[in-house]
Design a protein around this ligand. Structure first.
Ligand code: PMP
Length: 280
């Protein structure tokens, strides 16, 4: 496959990364994952805005402008002949003999790839989840490469035969290991507010827009594990999973084990937007 290395297009084997890269040493870098529908990048501007914010929060100087990056990523998609897929790219602070403080004069390192991701036309299958303690740091709003808390929770889910782990800090539900979590109660959507405890998902924000069109109220607030388990419906949102129902949490079945009516309306509305994007 063709990869992006800085602003060059290389074969994957040619994309050499320095062993002293701070991405390896500290997870000192940021990333984005962007969905491609029919060769078109979905919500690219929102992803770029979030990348710029992540960079600013880590005081990492982006080596390319959002416009240059967008052009290169479009080209990456083209060169790989991706129809429906996913672009992943990351930017580390650069390579230097290991020291904790920022080394002077290093160049940030960008690497990116694009791969096929087939979209399931039937989006109504629900997933199962476990609950897991949210042991991550206190800046989950930054999309950094440091994902060990997410990795361990996801593996705990897989080890117990579940698809996902829903994280909670004390009694408060925060998000999933790579998704945001919504509950539906009495016709309203409730999801954690966008503060330092969660990543403000692009899909989360897109669902806010869909809900507005559908006149479904959205409330951003803390909600508890008990509220989660007593919800009428639960769904997750992410670039890869779009809107996906959660129908089991631990031993408890949610919404009779199927995607509920409000989740289905959102899935249908989301698919309509995807069709629009596909049409170009
Ligand atoms: N939370 C976390 C921790 C994530 O890793 C992701 C996926 N990147 C999300 C939420 C969902 O974000 P998005 O909708 O932008 O994919």
């Amino acid at each position: 496959s063709v990869i992006l290395y800085q602003d060059k297009f290389l074969q994957r084997e040619q994309g050499l990364v320095d062993m002293e890269d701070r991405g390896y040493q500290f997870g000192d870098g940021i990333y984005e994952a962007i969905r491609v529908y029919n060769g078109n990048l979905f919500l690219m501007d929102w992803h770029m805005e979030r990348l710029v914010r992540s960079a600013r929060e880590l005081r990492l100087d982006l080596p390319y402008s959002a416009a240059e990056l967008t052009e290169n990523i479009k080209e990456l998609v083209r060169r790989n002949g991706i129809d429906d897929g996913l672009v992943y790219f990351q930017i580390t602070r650069g390579a230097h003999h290991r020291q904790h403080d920022f080394p002077k004069g290093v160049t940030p390192v960008l690497t990116g790839s694009a791969s096929e991701m087939v979209r399931d036309p039937d989006r109504t299958h629900g997933i199962s989840s476990i609950l897991a303690d949210d042991i991550r740091w206190l800046r989950c709003d930054i999309k950094t490469l440091n994902l060990l808390g997410n990795v361990l929770a996801k593996q705990a889910a897989v080890d117990s035969g579940a698809d996902e782990a829903i994280l909670h800090r004390g009694d408060t539900v925060t998000e999933g290991t790579s998704c945001n979590v919504f509950i539906v109660k009495d016709g309203q959507l409730i999801t954690h507010e966008a503060n330092n405890f969660i990543l403000n998902g692009i899909t989360r924000r897109f669902v806010f827009a869909l809900a507005e069109q559908l006149q479904i109220p959205v409330i951003e607030r803390d909600y508890t594990v008990d509220e989660l388990l007593a919800a009428d419906e639960v769904f997750i949102t992410s670039t890869g999973k779009e809107v996906t129902a959660v129908v089991k949490i631990g031993d408890q079945t949610i919404a009779d084990g199927e995607a509920g009516p409000i989740t289905r309306r959102l899935i249908t509305a989301f698919s309509a937007e995807v069709e629009r994007v596909k049409a170009g």
